[in-house]
Design a protein around this ligand. Structure first.
Ligand code: KG4
Ligand code: ZN
Length: 386
């Protein structure tokens, strides 16, 4: 089945078209097109994502991205069809009444495009920034009304969890697997009993790991988003005696995390050291990255041991980090247990719509009841499994 997917939960506007088959036991995906329009430059001057600015940008970006996606997957450029019936135009007006930027472009450029050969539209309904989520949801609902294609509201976290499987040949996962989601908003350990059947086993008690990268970057005067910046700086960082950081909750005996203490430890270290040399800055970046990697990998491995799992699946923006990828790979290779480690391709680590198509497909295969158009809601705190 062919799925058009829309992602607008944070600061990336993304559209993908993905062919999916194999059902819940052996899902296989082939990515036909993946487009991501990043708003990072815009939010950088504010040091973080501004929700209303993100909403406005999504409203501007969605229509051109969709046209580009449709054109890139069809042999002929999209052709215009007949105009709208009045009743349909009124319903579309209602759905788009809170999306001024999107509404104009939709009526100017989308309404005359005939329905493409798409079986379902997957859209992120949460978790994320609600004003941003709504734009994608309303766009999906309007397209559904226009083209008579069902919409499947999709969980962003499930998207990060399935991302490592996308764009790969059939991967034989033996369940239960340990799923790890490390992103800007989440740090979660889950037991994946099978696809669509998840049990939360641990999470961060304060900051998410990506959030800690971003905050530590700010302490080191590095621009937003801090993850890639810390990563770059850490590459040249050397171990130094005066630069040591704790490994919070490493021996807590559960699967929870705490990264706010690690960030505070960086703050105190910087205060203690006074003016930092560029070498010291780089070693702080490295030591912070090592501390985060050590805790995440150690907790994952003990979860794998406790639950006797043979597969570990890691998703989320932070797994773009080279040191953390290496720490996972090295540890899994050196362990006595035979474990299959599945990491996403680099372009599937951060937010994208391909992963939303993947998670939407999983939901469609269990024949989940789909909501009526006009009734889909954004849920900023949506939990995995919903
Ligand atoms: O998954 P994602 O794109 O968005 C959320 O769902 O949150 O993750 C974004 C997070 C940001 O905190 C960013 O700093 C972090 O992922 N990140 C990284 C790297 N690239 C992105 N963290 C560490 N190292 C990286 N190379
Ligand atoms: Zn994300």
């Amino acid at each position: 089945m062919k799925i058009l997917a829309i992602e607008t939960s944070c600061d990336e506007t993304a559209i993908s078209i993905v062919e999916a088959k194999g059902g819940l036991t052996k899902p296989v995906f082939s990515v036909l097109t993946q487009l991501v329009s990043s708003q990072i430059e815009l939010h950088r001057e504010f040091g973080g994502v501004v929700p209303m600015l993100a909403k406005r940008e999504h409203g501007k970006n969605l229509v051109p991205l969709l046209i580009e996606a449709l054109n890139s997957t069809s042999k002929n450029p999209v052709k215009l069809a007949d105009g709208l019936a009045t009743g349909q135009a009124r319903k579309l007006e209602k759905i788009l009444e809170r999306e001024p930027e999107l509404r104009t472009a939709f009526f100017d450029q989308i309404v005359d495009i005939p329905a493409p050969k798409i079986d379902a539209i997957a859209v992120t309904s949460g978790p994320g920034l609600e004003p941003a989520l709504w734009v994608g949801i309303n766009f999906a609902q309007a397209l559904s009304l226009l083209w008579d294609i069902p919409v499947v509201p999709t969980n962003h976290l499930e998207g990060h969890l399935i991302a490592p499987l996308l764009n790969k040949k059939v991967i034989k996962i033996s369940f239960p697997a340990v799923g790890v989601i490390i992103s800007g908003g989440h740090t979660e350990l889950v037991l994946v009993k099978k696809w669509r059947d998840y049990q939360a086993i641990g999470h961060t008690r304060d900051d998410a790991v990506g959030e800690a990268f971003d905050k530590v970057a700010r302490l080191l005067d590095l621009p937003y988003p801090g993850g890639p910046e810390i990563s770059k700086l850490a590459e040249i960082g050397k171990k130094r005696d005066e630069i040591k950081l704790p490994r919070p909750m490493l021996h807590s005996g559960d699967f929870d995390f705490s990264f706010s203490g690690l960030k505070t430890a960086v703050l105190y270290l910087i205060k203690k050291l006074g003016d930092l040399s560029s070498e010291q800055k780089a070693s702080i970046a490295k030591e912070f990255e090592d501390a985060a990697a050590e805790v995440v990998v150690a907790k994952t491995m003990s979860a794998a041991k406790k639950y006797g799992t043979k597969s570990i699946i890691v998703g989320g923006g932070v797994i773009a980090n080279r040191a953390i990828r290496e720490a996972f790979t090295k540890t899994v290779t050196n362990t006595d247990q035979k474990i299959l480690l599945i990491l996403p391709d680099q372009n599937l680590t951060g937010d994208n719509a391909t992963m939303i198509a993947g998670a939407g497909y999983l939901k469609l295969t269990v024949k989940a009841k789909l909501p009526t158009i006009g009734k889909i809601k954004a849920d900023g705190n949506l939990k995995l499994g919903n």
